[in-house]
Design a protein around this ligand. Structure first.
Ligand code: ADP
Ligand code: MG
Length: 691
């Protein structure tokens, strides 16, 4: 199977397979489910299950699993064999019931108090809107994961609910514009994924990378990312082989991936898939991360998905490209050549502006993790402040509307240097707006705050829900309207006037923006613990309830999980740091200092010199003493933190005290690294790992 067209989707039970293998009525019932969100009956499921099993067995599968996305952010699987006894032998069996529903031990996944162990029943339910696929000889069935009482325990369920919400509200708007055709409005997403590749042997020598996914120590190499290609060249053939292999593995799974180099940091790369429905895009991104790790191993490397594996080197994120597509295939965020006349587009745009301004907190929260805290605002990634980049032309159109003026040629020329056609406009501006957390890029929004290791589900749950909410408010108004056209204009105008503070076309990395944003009254939630309490505010709880995304209990459980995850991450990092300091770094510096001390004695005997050696010795002793003192401090802080549990109070304590103590240890250890003989240093340095 060398032909790419043959390879692509060969491990996916996709539309082509279903059409070929299912009776016409069954196939159509499945299509209706996918296209219109109709539910599926058990007779249909039975037929699908048999066809799916036959296809899977023909393609080498022996097992099946309900593949789901618990709140840990990774994916989970529970494998079962197709084999059932029959007479003296076995047959391959798979029932409709096994396809539709599975039972899983809910207590072994985080539930934030929703499930206790004695009532641990959890279910997985087939999501027919995302294709089943074969991985490791196992038929993987994408499923939602929920508790006995229906409370969701995963990331897919709320994502599907948010898709329903935006479908419902967007269609109300389309109907008002006279569209009677569109059956469904679906968010489309293309998630560009950044990652690092490093040598596996080096990785294994670093306990920080092994335990935490990031380096907790490491002095800046003499040359950083300003230096590229020429050192980079040495690992290139291996990386290229990896990329080729990864592409093939992903293509088999129906992920339309294109891996490519990213020059931003040494050893950092990027993969961009072709966009698809947000549900599939989320599944595909999970698969992409999994495959990256697997394929890297095969090539003697390790794929790092952490947001900030190396201090002082660019971190990794995901660019979540988001738009809305009708069942007829129309992109609702395509402004066309004359956006000023495209009122439907401008109304959707206004809804997004309103949504982002009103729910800055939720968007910030959707990307809040301990890992991403190292990245956001680090003059390489967007800051923690939400804003929207619209570009000169769209801003001009909206400004003109607000002022009650026509958006005329003259103005356009003054403003947009004669660039009128949007594809060109997009090309022209993407380079200049790389600093924006949420940029309009021609016919979609690019949300750039998402961390590289995160599931994209959260970000899209929030995008879908908040835009659905703004659209519902618009629909409420317009459905009562007697003068539709002028009321649409008025709505765009007043919405823009009320929310334009969120629009910022300038440099988001600049220090002045932080001040300016404060003047505008925008939120600046620098860290996860600062953002977390906003999740459960009255305003946000009502939003989620209004659109049936989360119940109060579900929301509280998520808050609990996110807070606990933050505390746990920092706790593990701090423990790893202590272990490395006490068991490898200090012994290394002590050993080197001993050699230096002996040498100093020897030099004293020969001559009166040895001042340089003496100075080195003093510095080494200084580092050693600092490390002993600071690690004692950190141990004490950790003991204190542990007493606080893993709630908000503990999270703030970790951020304020534990982080600072860790920084102090790192500072001393990194200085130790630059003073200590290379042969003595117990693990690979930045320069060794990155170049
Ligand atoms: P840009 O040049 O703006 O980065 P690309 O064409 O390279 O745009 O696309 C970047 C990512 O955006 C890709 O993953 C692509 O699939 C995705 N994308 C393009 N159009 C859409 C859309 N309508 N909805 C969602 N994602 C999209
Ligand atoms: Mg991009």
């Amino acid at each position: 199977m060398n032909q790419i067209s043959e390879l692509f989707g060969s491990m996916v039970f996709n539309d082509r397979e279903m059409q070929a293998r299912l009776p016409k009525e069954t196939y159509e019932a499945v299509r209706r489910t996918v296209e219109e969100g109709k539910s599926l009956d058990s007779a249909v499921a039975k037929t699908v299950a048999t066809a799916m099993k036959d296809w899977a067995v023909e393609n080498g599968a022996t097992h099946f699993t309900h593949w789901f996305q618990p709140m840990t952010g990774i994916t989970a699987e529970k494998h079962d064999s197709f084999i059932a006894p029959k007479g003296d032998g076995v047959i391959m069996e798979f029932s409709g019931k096994e396809l539709l529903k599975g039972e899983s031990d809910a207590s072994s996944f985080p539930s934030g108090g929703l499930r206790t162990t004695f009532e641990a029943r959890g279910y997985t339910a087939w999501d027919p809107t995302s294709y089943a696929f074969i991985k490791d000889n196992t038929l993987c069935i994408p499923t939602a994961f929920y508790a006995y009482n229906g409370e969701c325990l995963d990331k897919k369920t709320p994502l599907l609910r948010s898709m329903e919400a935006i479908n419902r509200q967007a269609k109300r708007i389309l109907r008002l514009f006279g569209d009677t055709e569109t059956k469904r409005v679906t968010p489309t997403v293309g998630a560009e994924q950044e990652y690092f590749l490093i040598d596996k042997e080096m990785f294994q020598k670093r306990r920080d990378l092994v335990f935490t996914g990031r380096t907790l120590f490491g002095a800046k190499p003499p040359k950083g990312q300003e230096m590229d290609d020429h050192y980079f060249g040495t690992i290139k053939p291996r990386v290229l082989a990896f990329m080729k292999d990864l592409d093939r593995e992903l293509w088999k799974l129906g992920v339309l991936a294109k891996t490519e180099h990213n020059e931003a940091a040494p050893s950092q790369h990027e993969l961009a898939p072709v966009f698809t429905s947000v549900n599939t895009a989320t599944d595909h991104n999970q698969l992409t991360m999994e495959m990256m790790k697997k394929v890297a191993e095969k090539h003697g490397m390790v794929c790092l998905l952490h947001e900030k594996p190396f201090r002082g080197v660019n971190g990794s994120g995901k660019h979540n490209n988001w738009s809305l597509s009708t069942s007829g295939g129309e992109n609702l965020l395509n402004p066309g050549k004359a956006p000023q006349d495209n009122k439907r587009f401008l109304l959707f745009l206004a809804a997004i502006i309103k949504a982002v301004d009103e729910y800055q907190d939720l968007l910030r929260l959707s990307v809040a993790t301990a890992g991403n805290d190292h990245r956001l605002g680090a003059a390489e990634a967007p800051p923690a402040i939400l804003s929207i980049f619209l570009g000169d032309e769209l801003t001009g159109v909206l400004d003109a509307m607000e002022a009650g003026k026509a958006y005329d040629e003259q103005e356009k020329e003054m403003m947009a240097v004669g660039v009128r056609v949007l594809p060109e406009f997009a090309k022209d501006t993407t380079d200049r707006n790389r600093t924006s957390p949420l940029a309009f890029t021609g016919n979609k929004f690019e949300f750039r705050m998402v961390g590289s290791s995160a599931s994209i589900a959260e970000a899209n749950i929030i995008l879908n829900t908040i835009v659905a909410d703004a659209l519902s408010v618009f629909a409420d108004t317009l459905e009562e309207s007697k003068h539709f056209e002028s009321d649409v204009d008025e709505l765009i105008r007043t919405t823009y006037a009320a929310h334009k503070r969120i629009v910022f076309n300038g440099d988001n990395y600049a220090a002045e923006w932080e001040n300016e944003a404060a003047v505008r009254g925008l939120l600046n939630l620098r860290t996860t613990p600062e953002a977390l309490p906003y999740l459960v505010s009255e305003k946000n709880l009502h939003l989620f309830e209004r659109h049936h995304i989360f119940t109060k209990d579900e929301l509280l459980s998520r808050y609990e999980i996110q807070t606990e995850e933050y505390c746990k991450t920092l706790h593990i990092e701090a423990l790893t740091m202590l272990e490395m300091t006490n068991r490898t770094i200090l012994p290394a510096i002590e050993a080197y200092a001993k050699v230096v001390a002996e040498n100093f004695e020897a030099r004293k005997r020969v001559s009166k010199g040895g001042q340089g050696t003496k100075l080195l010795l003093e510095n080494l002793y200084g580092v050693i003493d600092t490390l002993y003192a600071k690690s004692a401090d950190l141990s004490e802080l950790l003991a204190e933190a542990e007493k606080m549990g893993s709630g908000q109070k503990a999270a703030v304590f970790y951020k304020d005290f534990v982080c600072r103590a860790m920084d102090e240890i790192r500072l001393a250890a990194d200085r130790g690294e630059t003073l200590t003989g290379g042969d003595f240093w117990p693990f690979p340095t930045y320069a060794q790992m990155l170049f």
